[in-house]
Write a protein that binds this ligand. Sequence first.
Ligand SMILES: Cc1cc2nc3c(=O)[nH]c(=O)nc-3n(C[C@H](O)[C@H](O)[C@H](O)COP(=O)(O)O)c2cc1C
Length: 235
Amino acid sequence: MYWNDINASDEEVNALAKYLDVNDDGDICEEDFLAWYQEAATTVASETNAVRQALLTRRTVNNFDKTPVPDIVLRNAIEAAIAAPNHKLTEPWRFIQLGQETISKIAELNAAEIAKKDPEKGAKKKARWENIPGWCVVTCKKSDDELQQEEDLAAVACAIQNFQLSMWADGVGVKWTSGPITRSPEFSELCGIDTETEKHVGTLWYGFASGGLAQLMDQGPNRKKSVDDVLSSLP
Ligand SMILES: Cc1cc2nc3c(=O)[nH]c(=O)nc-3n(C[C@H](O)[C@H](O)[C@H](O)COP(=O)(O)O)c2cc1C
């Protein structure tokens, strides 16, 4: 490779040569190359580590503060979600961002159900749900083909995990909820879900975690089974 193979100005080439010439002898020798290579290898290793770190430290967030989450965080999360693996590229997902008016109606619906048994608990739940700053309902297209349906649901689950990890990377927590209210016809109607053609997969609550994400990261995944418990190897 020659310097003039590089698409850069003379000034940029000089700066690069100076950067690579670690021993400052005016030449890029093996010693300089090895120093650069070591640095590049360390950068790649730390980026790989960052992905594993996100996978291992992400936790479900249960308590959010009221600070609204900028829309760009949601858009980033959906961009990551729709990059999920998807057999036959059916793109079966839909994401519905709920505004305060719809959130309040859903909170009321849920509270009314709970209040049938315990009115005080119903009122508390209503206030709690109304204060969750971000709501995104995720659906999957329905299919008459059983295998297709199974694979589409798997793809939407992957998409939701990408969504959660993207938000986590942006410092925002998520809780995937699937309680009884989300299966009610009233919920579908409020969210504009046509249950003939699509199925609710998850309602994602998102927001800044009360007390921050760091305390949750320290908790660890809290799984009972180890790798050895779940891995079997065949010859
Ligand atoms: C399909 C699905 C549905 C879930 N529904 C609920 C729910 O309704 N309520 C809830 O508290 N958590 C729900 N969760 C979150 C799990 O409870 C949570 O992932 C689990 O406790 C492990 O915690 P972690 O995400 O911090 O590792 C759901 C997760 C999945 C994958």
